[in-house]
Design a protein around this ligand. Structure first.
Ligand SMILES: C[S@@+](CC[C@H](N)C(=O)[O-])C[C@H]1O[C@@H](n2cnc3c(N)ncnc32)[C@H](O)[C@@H]1O
Length: 438
Protein backbone atom coordinates (compact mmCIF):
# COMPACT_ATOMS: atom_id res chain seq x y z
CA UNK A 1 0.00 0.00 0.00
CA UNK A 2 1.54 3.33 -0.97
CA UNK A 3 1.68 6.38 1.30
CA UNK A 4 -1.41 8.50 0.90
CA UNK A 5 -3.58 5.80 -0.67
CA UNK A 6 -5.95 5.53 2.31
CA UNK A 7 -6.42 9.30 2.43
CA UNK A 8 -7.52 9.36 -1.25
CA UNK A 9 -9.80 6.38 -0.67
CA UNK A 10 -11.43 8.12 2.31
CA UNK A 11 -11.88 11.33 0.29
CA UNK A 12 -13.52 9.34 -2.52
CA UNK A 13 -15.87 7.65 -0.03
CA UNK A 14 -16.93 11.11 1.18
CA UNK A 15 -17.79 12.13 -2.40
CA UNK A 16 -19.82 8.94 -2.81
CA UNK A 17 -21.80 9.64 0.36
CA UNK A 18 -22.48 13.22 -0.71
CA UNK A 19 -23.65 11.97 -4.12
CA UNK A 20 -26.18 9.76 -2.27
CA UNK A 21 -27.52 12.85 -0.48
CA UNK A 22 -25.42 13.24 2.69
CA UNK A 23 -24.27 16.73 3.72
CA UNK A 24 -20.51 17.13 3.34
CA UNK A 25 -19.76 17.49 7.06
CA UNK A 26 -21.87 14.43 7.95
CA UNK A 27 -20.20 12.39 5.23
CA UNK A 28 -16.76 13.43 6.47
CA UNK A 29 -17.61 12.50 10.04
CA UNK A 30 -19.03 9.10 9.05
CA UNK A 31 -16.08 8.16 6.86
CA UNK A 32 -13.45 9.27 9.39
CA UNK A 33 -14.98 6.95 11.97
CA UNK A 34 -13.68 3.98 9.95
CA UNK A 35 -10.04 5.07 9.98
CA UNK A 36 -7.29 6.14 12.39
CA UNK A 37 -5.99 9.29 10.75
CA UNK A 38 -3.66 11.95 12.16
CA UNK A 39 -4.80 15.61 12.32
CA UNK A 40 -2.64 16.31 9.26
CA UNK A 41 -4.32 13.49 7.34
CA UNK A 42 -7.73 14.82 8.32
CA UNK A 43 -6.83 18.31 7.14
CA UNK A 44 -5.68 16.82 3.80
CA UNK A 45 -8.81 14.68 3.39
CA UNK A 46 -11.08 17.60 4.25
CA UNK A 47 -9.35 19.87 1.78
CA UNK A 48 -9.41 17.24 -0.95
CA UNK A 49 -12.99 16.05 -0.52
CA UNK A 50 -14.59 19.44 0.16
CA UNK A 51 -12.54 20.95 -2.67
CA UNK A 52 -13.81 18.28 -5.09
CA UNK A 53 -17.40 18.95 -4.00
CA UNK A 54 -17.07 22.72 -4.42
CA UNK A 55 -15.20 22.52 -7.70
CA UNK A 56 -17.46 19.88 -9.31
CA UNK A 57 -18.27 22.01 -12.35
CA UNK A 58 -14.63 23.00 -12.91
CA UNK A 59 -13.47 19.38 -12.56
CA UNK A 60 -16.15 18.20 -15.02
CA UNK A 61 -14.86 20.79 -17.47
CA UNK A 62 -11.39 19.28 -17.15
CA UNK A 63 -12.77 15.76 -17.45
CA UNK A 64 -14.39 16.70 -20.75
CA UNK A 65 -11.04 18.22 -21.78
CA UNK A 66 -9.05 15.10 -21.06
CA UNK A 67 -11.34 12.11 -21.58
CA UNK A 68 -13.11 10.73 -24.65
CA UNK A 69 -16.23 10.19 -22.58
CA UNK A 70 -17.88 13.34 -21.22
CA UNK A 71 -18.57 13.69 -17.50
CA UNK A 72 -22.30 13.20 -18.12
CA UNK A 73 -21.67 9.71 -19.49
CA UNK A 74 -19.07 8.59 -16.96
CA UNK A 75 -20.28 6.02 -14.42
CA UNK A 76 -20.76 8.15 -11.27
CA UNK A 77 -18.29 6.20 -9.10
CA UNK A 78 -15.60 6.70 -11.74
CA UNK A 79 -16.50 10.37 -12.17
CA UNK A 80 -16.00 11.02 -8.44
CA UNK A 81 -12.69 9.16 -8.40
CA UNK A 82 -11.48 11.16 -11.39
CA UNK A 83 -12.44 14.30 -9.48
CA UNK A 84 -10.14 13.15 -6.67
CA UNK A 85 -7.25 12.79 -9.10
CA UNK A 86 -7.98 15.96 -11.08
CA UNK A 87 -8.42 18.16 -8.02
CA UNK A 88 -4.96 17.21 -6.76
CA UNK A 89 -3.43 18.02 -10.14
CA UNK A 90 -5.31 21.27 -10.62
CA UNK A 91 -5.71 22.74 -7.17
CA UNK A 92 -3.23 21.20 -4.71
CA UNK A 93 0.18 22.72 -5.30
CA UNK A 94 1.89 20.60 -2.68
CA UNK A 95 0.95 17.23 -4.18
CA UNK A 96 3.44 16.08 -6.86
CA UNK A 97 1.73 14.88 -10.05
CA UNK A 98 3.11 11.28 -9.89
CA UNK A 99 1.87 10.86 -6.30
CA UNK A 100 -1.56 12.27 -7.17
CA UNK A 101 -1.90 9.88 -10.12
CA UNK A 102 -0.49 6.70 -8.58
CA UNK A 103 -2.52 6.93 -5.35
CA UNK A 104 -5.74 7.61 -7.25
CA UNK A 105 -5.08 4.69 -9.62
CA UNK A 106 -4.41 2.52 -6.58
CA UNK A 107 -7.89 3.34 -5.24
CA UNK A 108 -9.36 2.13 -8.54
CA UNK A 109 -7.25 -1.06 -8.46
CA UNK A 110 -8.28 -1.97 -4.90
CA UNK A 111 -11.99 -1.37 -5.31
CA UNK A 112 -14.79 -2.30 -7.71
CA UNK A 113 -13.24 0.11 -10.24
CA UNK A 114 -10.33 -2.29 -10.75
CA UNK A 115 -11.29 -2.86 -14.41
CA UNK A 116 -11.12 0.91 -15.00
CA UNK A 117 -7.73 1.55 -13.36
CA UNK A 118 -6.13 1.89 -16.82
CA UNK A 119 -8.72 4.52 -17.80
CA UNK A 120 -8.09 6.48 -14.58
CA UNK A 121 -4.35 6.36 -15.25
CA UNK A 122 -4.75 7.48 -18.89
CA UNK A 123 -7.08 10.39 -18.12
CA UNK A 124 -4.96 11.70 -15.23
CA UNK A 125 -1.75 11.40 -17.24
CA UNK A 126 -3.38 13.24 -20.11
CA UNK A 127 -4.51 15.97 -17.70
CA UNK A 128 -1.01 16.34 -16.23
CA UNK A 129 0.52 16.60 -19.73
CA UNK A 130 -2.02 19.23 -20.79
CA UNK A 131 -1.36 21.19 -17.62
CA UNK A 132 2.39 21.10 -18.17
CA UNK A 133 1.93 22.29 -21.76
CA UNK A 134 -0.67 24.83 -20.61
CA UNK A 135 -3.37 23.46 -22.89
CA UNK A 136 -6.47 24.59 -21.01
CA UNK A 137 -10.15 23.83 -21.72
CA UNK A 138 -11.93 26.37 -23.89
CA UNK A 139 -14.45 28.49 -22.04
CA UNK A 140 -16.80 31.11 -23.42
CA UNK A 141 -15.33 34.65 -23.18
CA UNK A 142 -18.52 35.81 -21.45
CA UNK A 143 -17.44 37.11 -18.03
CA UNK A 144 -20.19 35.39 -16.05
CA UNK A 145 -19.92 32.09 -17.86
CA UNK A 146 -16.17 32.06 -17.30
CA UNK A 147 -16.41 32.67 -13.61
CA UNK A 148 -19.20 30.11 -13.34
CA UNK A 149 -16.75 27.47 -14.65
CA UNK A 150 -13.58 28.69 -13.02
CA UNK A 151 -15.11 29.21 -9.55
CA UNK A 152 -17.56 26.35 -10.06
CA UNK A 153 -20.89 27.93 -9.29
CA UNK A 154 -24.16 27.34 -11.19
CA UNK A 155 -24.55 29.99 -13.90
CA UNK A 156 -28.06 31.02 -12.74
CA UNK A 157 -26.60 31.87 -9.33
CA UNK A 158 -23.69 33.85 -10.78
CA UNK A 159 -26.19 35.80 -12.92
CA UNK A 160 -28.40 36.51 -9.93
CA UNK A 161 -25.50 37.53 -7.68
CA UNK A 162 -24.21 40.00 -10.25
CA UNK A 163 -27.73 41.40 -10.59
CA UNK A 164 -28.10 41.78 -6.80
CA UNK A 165 -24.78 43.41 -5.95
CA UNK A 166 -23.13 44.45 -9.23
CA UNK A 167 -20.25 42.89 -11.15
CA UNK A 168 -17.32 43.71 -8.92
CA UNK A 169 -18.88 42.72 -5.60
CA UNK A 170 -20.49 39.74 -7.33
CA UNK A 171 -17.10 38.47 -8.48
CA UNK A 172 -15.63 38.91 -5.00
CA UNK A 173 -18.54 36.95 -3.48
CA UNK A 174 -18.27 34.11 -5.99
CA UNK A 175 -14.57 33.76 -5.14
CA UNK A 176 -15.29 34.02 -1.39
CA UNK A 177 -17.55 30.96 -1.69
CA UNK A 178 -14.40 28.90 -2.30
CA UNK A 179 -12.34 30.18 0.60
CA UNK A 180 -11.73 28.18 3.75
CA UNK A 181 -14.37 29.17 6.30
CA UNK A 182 -13.33 30.52 9.69
CA UNK A 183 -14.00 28.53 12.86
CA UNK A 184 -15.52 30.95 15.35
CA UNK A 185 -16.64 30.34 18.90
CA UNK A 186 -18.89 32.33 21.19
CA UNK A 187 -17.94 32.12 24.83
CA UNK A 188 -20.64 31.64 27.44
CA UNK A 189 -20.34 34.89 29.38
CA UNK A 190 -22.14 33.35 32.35
CA UNK A 191 -19.26 30.92 32.84
CA UNK A 192 -16.09 32.56 31.57
CA UNK A 193 -14.73 35.64 29.85
CA UNK A 194 -12.77 36.15 26.65
CA UNK A 195 -9.35 36.49 28.27
CA UNK A 196 -9.76 33.60 30.66
CA UNK A 197 -10.94 31.29 27.87
CA UNK A 198 -8.23 32.43 25.50
CA UNK A 199 -5.69 31.53 28.16
CA UNK A 200 -7.24 28.05 28.51
CA UNK A 201 -6.92 27.58 24.75
CA UNK A 202 -3.31 28.78 24.71
CA UNK A 203 -2.41 26.52 27.66
CA UNK A 204 -3.70 23.65 25.51
CA UNK A 205 -1.54 24.84 22.59
CA UNK A 206 -4.54 25.92 20.53
CA UNK A 207 -3.87 28.99 18.47
CA UNK A 208 -6.82 31.38 18.73
CA UNK A 209 -7.58 35.08 18.93
CA UNK A 210 -10.36 37.46 19.93
CA UNK A 211 -12.67 38.66 17.15
CA UNK A 212 -12.71 42.45 17.00
CA UNK A 213 -16.10 44.20 17.27
CA UNK A 214 -17.77 41.27 19.02
CA UNK A 215 -18.22 40.97 22.78
CA UNK A 216 -17.85 37.22 23.04
CA UNK A 217 -16.20 35.98 19.85
CA UNK A 218 -13.01 33.95 19.48
CA UNK A 219 -11.63 32.52 16.26
CA UNK A 220 -9.38 29.47 15.91
CA UNK A 221 -6.29 29.92 13.79
CA UNK A 222 -6.01 26.26 12.81
CA UNK A 223 -8.36 23.31 12.38
CA UNK A 224 -8.72 21.14 15.49
CA UNK A 225 -9.01 17.37 15.04
CA UNK A 226 -12.42 17.44 16.67
CA UNK A 227 -14.05 20.68 17.64
CA UNK A 228 -16.04 19.08 20.44
CA UNK A 229 -12.84 17.83 22.08
CA UNK A 230 -11.60 21.39 22.60
CA UNK A 231 -11.37 22.37 26.28
CA UNK A 232 -14.54 23.71 27.81
CA UNK A 233 -17.04 22.20 25.38
CA UNK A 234 -18.61 19.61 27.67
CA UNK A 235 -18.80 22.01 30.60
CA UNK A 236 -20.48 24.69 28.53
CA UNK A 237 -17.83 27.38 28.24
CA UNK A 238 -18.59 28.04 24.59
CA UNK A 239 -20.73 27.43 21.51
CA UNK A 240 -19.56 27.18 17.94
CA UNK A 241 -21.07 30.11 16.03
CA UNK A 242 -19.96 32.08 13.02
CA UNK A 243 -19.02 35.71 13.74
CA UNK A 244 -21.83 37.15 11.57
CA UNK A 245 -24.42 35.04 13.34
CA UNK A 246 -23.09 36.36 16.67
CA UNK A 247 -24.36 39.81 15.71
CA UNK A 248 -28.01 38.76 15.76
CA UNK A 249 -29.07 38.04 19.38
CA UNK A 250 -27.60 41.32 20.76
CA UNK A 251 -29.87 43.25 18.34
CA UNK A 252 -32.79 42.25 20.59
CA UNK A 253 -31.00 43.54 23.69
CA UNK A 254 -32.61 40.79 25.80
CA UNK A 255 -33.17 41.64 29.45
CA UNK A 256 -33.98 39.78 32.65
CA UNK A 257 -37.71 39.16 33.08
CA UNK A 258 -38.66 39.73 29.44
CA UNK A 259 -40.85 37.31 27.53
CA UNK A 260 -38.97 36.30 24.42
CA UNK A 261 -39.97 34.07 21.51
CA UNK A 262 -37.37 32.43 19.29
CA UNK A 263 -39.64 31.23 16.51
CA UNK A 264 -37.28 29.09 14.42
CA UNK A 265 -34.83 28.23 17.11
CA UNK A 266 -33.04 24.95 16.53
CA UNK A 267 -30.23 23.98 17.00
CA UNK A 268 -30.15 26.99 19.30
CA UNK A 269 -27.03 29.09 18.62
CA UNK A 270 -29.11 32.23 18.97
CA UNK A 271 -31.52 30.94 21.65
CA UNK A 272 -28.58 30.15 23.92
CA UNK A 273 -27.00 33.50 23.10
CA UNK A 274 -30.26 35.28 24.05
CA UNK A 275 -30.41 33.36 27.33
CA UNK A 276 -26.79 34.18 28.17
CA UNK A 277 -27.25 37.88 27.38
CA UNK A 278 -30.33 38.02 29.63
CA UNK A 279 -28.36 36.50 32.49
CA UNK A 280 -30.44 33.31 32.14
CA UNK A 281 -33.33 35.21 33.70
CA UNK A 282 -35.66 35.96 30.78
CA UNK A 283 -38.63 33.73 29.88
CA UNK A 284 -37.63 32.31 26.53
CA UNK A 285 -39.74 30.00 24.39
CA UNK A 286 -37.77 28.25 21.67
CA UNK A 287 -40.01 26.93 18.88
CA UNK A 288 -39.01 24.69 16.01
CA UNK A 289 -40.94 22.25 13.87
CA UNK A 290 -38.11 19.73 13.74
CA UNK A 291 -38.08 17.36 16.67
CA UNK A 292 -34.61 16.12 15.83
CA UNK A 293 -33.17 19.62 15.78
CA UNK A 294 -35.00 20.57 18.98
CA UNK A 295 -33.29 17.64 20.71
CA UNK A 296 -29.93 19.15 19.75
CA UNK A 297 -31.13 22.50 21.13
CA UNK A 298 -32.15 20.79 24.36
CA UNK A 299 -28.77 19.15 24.73
CA UNK A 300 -27.07 22.50 24.11
CA UNK A 301 -29.16 24.06 26.89
CA UNK A 302 -28.09 21.29 29.24
CA UNK A 303 -24.44 21.54 28.25
CA UNK A 304 -24.42 25.33 28.69
CA UNK A 305 -26.39 24.99 31.93
CA UNK A 306 -29.17 27.37 30.84
CA UNK A 307 -32.51 27.15 32.63
CA UNK A 308 -34.51 30.05 31.23
CA UNK A 309 -35.57 28.39 27.96
CA UNK A 310 -38.59 26.19 27.30
CA UNK A 311 -38.72 24.35 24.02
CA UNK A 312 -41.88 23.81 21.97
CA UNK A 313 -42.20 21.60 18.91
CA UNK A 314 -44.60 23.46 16.65
CA UNK A 315 -45.10 25.06 13.28
CA UNK A 316 -44.45 28.73 14.03
CA UNK A 317 -47.19 29.67 11.54
CA UNK A 318 -49.77 28.10 13.85
CA UNK A 319 -48.77 29.39 17.28
CA UNK A 320 -51.95 31.44 17.74
CA UNK A 321 -54.14 28.41 17.03
CA UNK A 322 -52.04 26.42 19.44
CA UNK A 323 -52.20 28.98 22.21
CA UNK A 324 -54.35 32.12 21.74
CA UNK A 325 -52.76 33.57 24.91
CA UNK A 326 -49.63 34.14 22.84
CA UNK A 327 -51.32 37.12 21.11
CA UNK A 328 -49.51 40.34 22.14
CA UNK A 329 -47.59 38.28 24.69
CA UNK A 330 -43.91 38.74 23.83
CA UNK A 331 -41.64 41.71 24.51
CA UNK A 332 -39.20 40.46 21.92
CA UNK A 333 -39.28 38.00 19.05
CA UNK A 334 -36.50 36.54 16.97
CA UNK A 335 -37.39 35.07 13.60
CA UNK A 336 -34.20 33.48 12.30
CA UNK A 337 -35.97 32.23 9.22
CA UNK A 338 -35.31 29.10 7.16
CA UNK A 339 -33.53 30.45 4.08
CA UNK A 340 -31.47 29.54 1.04
CA UNK A 341 -28.23 29.85 3.05
CA UNK A 342 -26.41 31.56 0.17
CA UNK A 343 -24.32 33.46 2.72
CA UNK A 344 -22.87 30.20 4.02
CA UNK A 345 -21.82 28.50 0.77
CA UNK A 346 -18.14 28.46 1.76
CA UNK A 347 -19.08 26.48 4.87
CA UNK A 348 -21.38 24.04 3.09
CA UNK A 349 -19.58 22.73 0.00
CA UNK A 350 -22.54 20.74 -1.39
CA UNK A 351 -25.24 23.44 -0.98
CA UNK A 352 -24.54 25.21 -4.25
CA UNK A 353 -25.61 22.08 -6.14
CA UNK A 354 -28.94 21.65 -4.38
CA UNK A 355 -30.11 25.26 -4.60
CA UNK A 356 -32.53 26.43 -7.27
CA UNK A 357 -34.62 29.47 -8.12
CA UNK A 358 -37.78 27.46 -7.40
CA UNK A 359 -36.47 26.57 -3.93
CA UNK A 360 -35.75 30.22 -3.19
CA UNK A 361 -39.23 31.20 -4.38
CA UNK A 362 -40.90 28.70 -2.08
CA UNK A 363 -38.70 29.86 0.82
CA UNK A 364 -39.79 33.47 0.34
CA UNK A 365 -43.43 32.37 0.59
CA UNK A 366 -42.66 30.53 3.83
CA UNK A 367 -40.72 33.51 5.23
CA UNK A 368 -43.59 35.88 4.43
CA UNK A 369 -46.09 33.54 6.05
CA UNK A 370 -43.90 33.18 9.14
CA UNK A 371 -43.61 36.96 9.51
CA UNK A 372 -47.35 37.45 9.12
CA UNK A 373 -48.21 34.75 11.66
CA UNK A 374 -45.68 35.84 14.22
CA UNK A 375 -45.98 39.59 14.44
CA UNK A 376 -49.41 39.51 16.20
CA UNK A 377 -47.60 37.77 19.07
CA UNK A 378 -45.56 40.91 19.71
CA UNK A 379 -46.59 43.37 22.46
CA UNK A 380 -47.10 47.01 21.56
CA UNK A 381 -43.65 48.68 21.67
CA UNK A 382 -42.10 45.24 21.34
CA UNK A 383 -39.17 44.42 19.05
CA UNK A 384 -38.94 41.81 16.33
CA UNK A 385 -35.64 40.84 14.76
CA UNK A 386 -35.76 39.03 11.43
CA UNK A 387 -32.55 37.38 10.26
CA UNK A 388 -31.26 35.01 7.59
CA UNK A 389 -27.92 33.63 6.47
CA UNK A 390 -28.58 34.54 2.87
CA UNK A 391 -27.77 37.49 0.64
CA UNK A 392 -30.74 37.06 -1.67
CA UNK A 393 -32.72 40.35 -1.49
CA UNK A 394 -36.05 38.58 -2.08
CA UNK A 395 -35.54 36.77 1.23
CA UNK A 396 -34.18 39.89 2.93
CA UNK A 397 -34.70 43.61 2.36
CA UNK A 398 -37.29 43.29 -0.43
CA UNK A 399 -39.37 40.91 1.69
CA UNK A 400 -39.04 43.07 4.81
CA UNK A 401 -39.75 46.39 3.09
CA UNK A 402 -42.90 44.91 1.50
CA UNK A 403 -43.97 43.48 4.83
CA UNK A 404 -43.56 46.84 6.58
CA UNK A 405 -45.41 48.57 3.77
CA UNK A 406 -48.38 46.21 4.29
CA UNK A 407 -48.39 46.47 8.09
CA UNK A 408 -48.53 50.12 9.02
CA UNK A 409 -48.32 49.39 12.76
CA UNK A 410 -44.73 48.27 12.27
CA UNK A 411 -41.62 50.39 11.92
CA UNK A 412 -38.37 49.29 10.32
CA UNK A 413 -35.68 50.61 12.67
CA UNK A 414 -32.64 49.37 10.76
CA UNK A 415 -31.40 46.61 8.54
CA UNK A 416 -27.94 45.26 7.86
CA UNK A 417 -26.64 43.01 5.08
CA UNK A 418 -23.23 41.41 5.58
CA UNK A 419 -21.85 40.15 2.27
CA UNK A 420 -19.38 37.28 2.03
CA UNK A 421 -16.06 38.62 0.82
CA UNK A 422 -12.46 37.62 0.32
CA UNK A 423 -11.59 40.25 2.95
CA UNK A 424 -14.07 39.09 5.58
CA UNK A 425 -13.80 35.64 7.17
CA UNK A 426 -17.45 35.32 8.28
CA UNK A 427 -20.66 34.24 6.54
CA UNK A 428 -23.10 36.44 4.66
CA UNK A 429 -25.97 37.44 6.94
CA UNK A 430 -29.00 39.71 6.98
CA UNK A 431 -30.85 41.23 9.92
CA UNK A 432 -33.67 43.72 10.35
CA UNK A 433 -34.90 45.33 13.56
CA UNK A 434 -38.64 46.04 13.55
CA UNK A 435 -40.73 47.62 16.29
CA UNK A 436 -44.44 47.58 16.93
CA UNK A 437 -45.56 51.21 17.19
CA UNK A 438 -47.80 51.99 20.16
C1 LIG B 1 -31.96 29.02 10.08
S1 LIG B 1 -32.48 27.65 10.98
C2 LIG B 1 -32.48 28.29 12.62
C3 LIG B 1 -31.12 28.37 13.24
C4 LIG B 1 -31.21 28.76 14.71
N1 LIG B 1 -31.94 29.99 14.90
C5 LIG B 1 -29.84 28.91 15.32
O1 LIG B 1 -29.33 30.03 15.43
O2 LIG B 1 -29.26 27.88 15.70
C6 LIG B 1 -34.18 27.61 10.63
C7 LIG B 1 -34.98 26.65 11.49
O3 LIG B 1 -36.35 26.85 11.18
C8 LIG B 1 -37.03 25.64 11.37
N2 LIG B 1 -38.33 25.79 10.68
C9 LIG B 1 -38.58 25.78 9.36
N3 LIG B 1 -39.89 26.02 9.14
C10 LIG B 1 -40.48 26.19 10.34
C11 LIG B 1 -41.80 26.44 10.76
N4 LIG B 1 -42.80 26.59 9.89
N5 LIG B 1 -42.05 26.54 12.08
C12 LIG B 1 -41.05 26.37 12.99
N6 LIG B 1 -39.77 26.11 12.65
C13 LIG B 1 -39.49 26.02 11.34
C14 LIG B 1 -36.08 24.60 10.82
O4 LIG B 1 -36.37 23.34 11.38
C15 LIG B 1 -34.73 25.16 11.27
O5 LIG B 1 -34.34 24.58 12.47
Amino acid sequence: MSIGYLQRKAAWEILLKVSYGDFSDHALEKVLRNYQFTPLDIAFITELSFGCIRYRKFLDLWMDHTSKITHKKQPPRLRWLLHIGLYQLLKMDKVPFPAAISTTVEVAKKTDLNGLAGTVNAILRNASKKLEKEIFPEISPDRKERISYLESLPLWLVNDLYKWVGNSKGENIVKAFNKKPSIDLRINQLKTDLYEFLEILHENKIDAEIIKDLNNGITLKSNPRSIKNLPGYSNGLWTIQDRSSQWVAPLLNPKEGEKILDACAAPGSKTTHLAELANDSAEIIAVDRSEKRLKILQSNLERLDLKSVNTLKADARRLIELNPKFISHFDKILLDAPCSGIGTLSRNPDSRWSLSKEKIKSLTLLQEKLLESIFPLLKKNGTLVYSTCTICPYENNILIERFIEKNKALKLVSQKQILPSLDYPGDGFYSAIITYKS
